[in-house]
Each structure stands twice: as C-alpha cells, then as structure tokens.
Write a protein that binds this ligand. Structure first.
Ligand code: CS2
Length: 500
C-alpha cells in the first residue's frame, strides 16, 4: 500500500483521464450541511453539487456529518475532503474526483460544534441520508416513535443529541432564539413521501420539546421557517471493498480511502419547494417537479421492491451479489415478471412514462457485473424497508384481487432469512434493528409449522400494521411458500413454480 493519500497537493499530478475539480476550492463557502455522509450521498447529491460548484455556484459547498462513527471523517479529512466517484459498468471505468465536501463533523465527538454549524446563517439546506431507521418513526404508521431510545435521549439531553431530529430541531431552536432564518430540510432516503414523513416527525418531535415547556412556540416557528421537499433518489452504490480501493490505487497512483463505486445511471427527482434557494441541480441532470410521489412509488416498488426480493431469495440460493442472482435465468425472469405484474399494476403510472423501458433498464442495471452489490447488504434492515417496498403493493393487490404470488414468495424468503439460519444450516448474520424480535418469532413458532409461523409474522405490528393479519389469502400464500421452500429450497422453487 503506498503511503501517499489523495489530497489537494497531488491533484495536479493525477493522470489526465481522471476528472478533477478545476475551480479554486478556497473560494467555496458552506451552503449545505449533510447528515449521514455515507457512500450514497458522496456518489449522488454531492456529485450533482460538484457540477454546480464547478459551474460557479460557489456558495453551495457541503460540510458532511456522521451521527455515529468517525469512519468517514477519518477517510475524508486527511484527504482535504477529496474522494473519487468510480463509475463502473461493462463499458469500463470512469474516475471523477469530487471537491464539494470541505469537512466532516462527527456528532458523538462534538455535538455542540455540529449544532453551531447547523445554526450558521449561510447554511440554507440541511440534507439527510440517514437510512429508514434514522427517522425514529414507526414504519407501519409513519408517526414518530416517542419510545425510540434516541428520541427519549435527545428530549432529555437537547445539547448533546444523537438523532438527526434532535440535531435539526436543536439547531432550529438556536436560530429562532438568535433571530436567524430557518432552512430547507431535504430527505434523500428511500421512503415514500419522504418530505412529508420528515415534516411530520420533525413537527411531532418539536411538539414534544414544546410540551416540556422549554421553548414555547417552537413547533409553530419550525412549521413557518422550514420546508421539507420530497425527493426520489436513485443510484446503485454498493459498499466499497478493499479490492476496489486497490484497483483505484493502480489508476490514481495514490491511495483514496474514501472512494465510492457507482453505476453510470443516476436519477434525482426533487419537489421544487426550497426556503432559501438551492443549487441549479437541474443543470446537472436532476429534475424538479411539483409532485414527486408517483416517481417515488415507481422507484420504490419496482427497483427497491425487486432488489429486496432478489436479495433474500438470492442470498438463500447461495448468490453473493445481485449480478450473480441475475445470472440465474429463472431469477432474471422472475425479476421482470414481478415488476410487470405485481409492482407496476399497483401504481397509477402517468401515461407519458415509458414503464416498459424503465423495467428493461432496471434489469440491465441489476445485471451490471462490474459492480459487486452484495445481496447481504440489501437484505439489511428488512423490517424498516419492507413496509414501503412491498406492503403498499400487497395491500393494493389484495384490495383489488390482483396477483400476490411473487411478494408472498419474497415474504416467505424474508422469514427464512431472519431465522438466521440458511438452507445449509449455516448462520446468517442478520443486520436489522428488530433482528432479535424477528428471530424470537421464528424460534417460538417454527416447530408449529408454516401456518403458525406465517400467522405470527403477519401479526407483528411494527412491520405489518394491524390489517394484513386479516387476509386469509395472504396467510395461505405465504404459508404455502414456506412449506415449499423448506422442502425444496429457494432456487429449485423459483425454477419449478415460476415457469414464466
Ligand atoms: C438498495 C438500495 O440497499 C438497498 O436496500 O435497494 O440502496 C438501492 O441500491 C438504491 O435505492 C438505488 O437507488
């Protein structure tokens, strides 16, 4: 490993084919604070913003923050915030160095500093990629979960918050006190109506602060002095591996610890409702619309819905990556079949939206062998993802007597996955905030047979709400698949029962 890290000084020595910032980074000021500066943000919003800064919009620089670990700060800060976006496809590799991020704060190390940063007047947008669980809400109802440990903690310790909600409301309270304007809060997470959901949990959280009598009128002030536009974000960005970093080192001639790998495709649809301006992201390829909802539904139910279906079933079939799953013809056909039947028919697709082309493009994106997107990575946090990826579709189909075969199959695979034992009897490392509860359900009911196990899951309110347990049709379909999966295994089932 060479000792030389990517940084400002060696930018000009990089090979000519590497795209790099051609503007003076010292002239850029901070207009955006991004909470949750993971790989996705770096390959998506920051990449769009880089384009605008390069075009002269120098007051939209980004400072990132991590609300948990110091990992990204330790990768980025020694590199002056510079990192590579490596676009990978069968057509080859393209490397671009991004200069939009000037600094990274680590919440748990310096909560006061992060609150002060968020309260700075120049900060006009606070954006978020904090994953589904970061919203501290109940996924089934969309309401703030007042028992969430971070919510309980932050209400008791407003100076040293842990959650994004605690930071945002804390910073807005400082702004109110100081007579400063508010900011736009921009959710870039894969949640339906993410703007509305964020607005709701923020106002419910602020109402709790109000109720403690600490800051009367805060909730009303926040409602007046923030907007929470909805967004649909899309780019496949697998976790970077050591092998990726080594491959990149051979291209750059220096080490980039903060590099992110991405597909060439990228899409961003944003509701144009910004309080104090925004970068002209549309000139960088984003689309501004009045209503994002339908784009979000299409993306969540087709892309993410298929992704999760392929992740659980593919993992159980022994496939390490999505491209590996798609290389099995029966799975490949199942993905398209799922999109065409269950997912698409659950949405009122606008007449001018070419859904067939969208589906075909998704299949191609999933087949990208240059990216190693692990099924295990997508399988993470199923309890938080499944409600918006699968259950809206299922509810629609149940109400309309539509098809539910693939989603019942997917649910049965998920149940097998969270039992934490794979088809060969080997342990699965299940990463999910509700992993213990889900495993307990399996342990308690597995020996009673598929019907009892299915009933216990459908009655698990945090994921399924209190309606799906009443569907006899869903109960029979999932139990039927559990039975078959146990007897025959996932891949054999796909090959035998989905003769598409
Ligand atoms: C994936 C998403 O990890 C997951 O759950 O489904 O991260 C997916 O790759 C992105 O939403 C694509 O835009």
């Amino acid at each position: 490993m060479s000792q030389q890290r990517l940084n400002n000084e060696i930018l000009e020595n990089l090979p000519a084919e590497v795209i790099k910032p051609a503007y003076d980074r010292n002239e850029v000021t901070t207009g955006i604070v991004h909470l949750g500066i993971g790989a996705f943000h770096r390959a998506h919003q920051a990449w769009y913003t880089e384009n605008r800064i390069a075009a002269g919009e120098k007051d939209w620089g980004i400072v990132g923050a991590s609300l948990r670990s110091a990992g990204v700060r330790d990768q980025l800060v020694p590199q002056n915030g510079l990192y590579s976006v490596v676009e990978k496809s069968n057509a080859g590799t393209k490397v671009q160095i991004i200069g939009a991020v000037s600094d990274v704060f680590v919440g748990p190390e310096s909560p006061q500093q992060l609150l002060e940063l968020l309260a700075q007047e120049s900060v006009r947008i606070v954006s978020l990629t904090i994953t589904e669980k970061g919203y501290c809400h109940d996924p089934a109802s969309g309401n703030l979960n007042p028992q969430h440990p971070d919510v309980v903690h932050d209400l008791a310790n407003p100076q040293t918050p842990k959650s994004a909600l605690g930071y945002i409301v804390g910073a807005l309270a400082l702004r109110k006190e100081r007579g400063l304007p508010g900011f736009t809060v921009l959710s870039c997470d894969n949640l339906p109506s993410n703007g509305k959901l964020l607005g709701k949990v923020l106002s419910q959280y602020a109402a709790q602060v109000d109720a403690q009598g600490e800051n009367q009128g805060l909730a009303a002030w926040i409602a007046e002095n923030t907007t929470t536009p909805a967004t649909m974000v899309d780019r496949i960005v697998p976790a970077t591996t050591d092998a990726d970093r080594e491959e990149l080192e051979a291209i750059l001639g220096c080490r980039d610890e903060a590099a992110v790998m991405a597909e060439p495709f990228s899409q961003w649809v944003v509701e144009d409702n910004f309080l104090r301006g925004r970068p002209e992201w549309d000139k960088a390829g984003a689309t501004f619309v009045d209503d994002v909802e339908v784009y979000e539904l299409i993306k969540l139910r087709l892309l993410n819905g298929s992704h999760s279906m392929l992740a659980y079933s593919g993992y159980l079939a022994g496939c390490e990556t999505v491209a590996d799953v798609m290389a099995v013809p029966a799975f490949n056909k199942l993905a398209l079949h799922f999109m065409q039947t269950e997912a698409t028919t659950s949405i009122d697709v606008p007449a001018d939206f070419d859904i067939a082309a969208y589906q075909a493009e998704l299949i191609e994106r999933f087949e990208n062998r240059a990216l190693r997107h692990r099924t295990w990575q997508i399988a993470m946090d199923g309890s938080q993802k499944i409600p918006q990826r699968w259950l809206g579709t299922l509810r629609h189909q149940l109400a309309n007597e539509g098809p539910i075969e693939v989603l019942s199959f997917a649910l049965a695979n998920w149940i097998r996955y969270v039992s934490a034992v794979d088809e060969k009897g080997e342990a699965i490392e299940v990463s999910d905030p509700l992993a213990a509860e889900l495993k307990a359900l399996c342990d308690q009911h597995q020996s009673e047979g598929p019907q009892a196990l299915t009933a216990a899951f459908l009655a698990f309110t945090p994921v399924f709400g209190d309606d799906l347990r009443n569907s006899e049709r869903l109960q029979q379909a999932v139990a039927g698949w559990l039975d078959k999966l146990q007897a025959e295994g996932t891949q054999a089932c796909v090959e035998k029962y989905f003769s598409i």
